[in-house]
Design a protein around this ligand. Sequence first.
Ligand code: UD2
Length: 310
Amino acid sequence: MGNILVTGAAGFIGSHTTDQLLAAGHEVLGVDNFRTGHRRNLNAALRSAAFRLVEADVAEPGVLAALVAGFRPEAIIHLAALVSVQESIQDPALNQRLNVRATELVAAAAEAQGVARIVFASSAAIYGDATALPIEEEAPKQPISPYGEAKLVSEGILLKTTGRGVTVRCHRYFNVFGPRQDPASPYSGVISIFDRRYREGKAVTIYGDGQQTRDFISVHDVARANVIAATQPGIVSGAANICTGRATSLRDIVAVFAAHYPAVSPPLYTESRPGDIIHSLGKPARAREQLGFVAQVPVAVALGELIETQ
Ligand code: UD2
């Protein structure tokens, strides 16, 4: 079992990835600056002797190089990021620093110190408003936000290192949901917002008619894809969608919540959000071919688990 360094370990996807790595017997060094991550997400991990957590900013020059030199990881799973599309529009310089500069430092540290693999949190946001569904990896890349642009640029930076002995996997996550996702802003993932509203006994708001669909994928599946890419022998470099290939509408989501919370008032319907897309769906074939990854948790099951989570 190897040493794996996880950046953004205290975040939503990072903490689940850390939990699965530890369960599989790996030694994990987690790095987080707690800007949007939370120590409480790592409560379970922190009880493991195989886990160490360092508070540091990976966009700060020298930080990663020192950590990699000390820990000698065989893989870096780079999940630290500015995760809000909205914030990337408001503060493009911060987006550049946290989403591009940090990636350059990951690439440089990996290359200089012989790290065998990098797994990177890319996003379906790199495709922008895709016209043909399901979205294939070869589809046009026309990101419509600084966030999507930074993820696309980062893929390029990382894939350049592959010629120099590093295997790189770029994971284009679709709509990830599950426990520990932060519902803090109106632009947080819709399921995290709905979960909080139902827990509070309040009606949710649906923008539009609720027939819009997304390729919602459980964070448990996403974490498993990360573990496979970081640890399984024989993986080749490349980028792939991490999605289910199944469309779920907001009405489908609300139906599951409503069944669990019969006392909560029905949703309020209001105008669609400007710029909102109606349908998004990924094609999952390439992740299956290149990683042997197939999403396993049905959305209704993962939603039920989220609702039951304390
Ligand atoms: C956004 C981000 C994406 C990612 C994702 C989080 C953009 C362009 N994309 O995409 O990068 O961060 O969110 O999963 O910003 N909705 C409601 N009621 C609410 C909240 C949302 O009806 O209280 C609707 C929303 O208008 C949209 C759908 O739910 O039609 C999904 O919204 P989302 O923000 O979870 O996800 P998405 O795919 O629009």
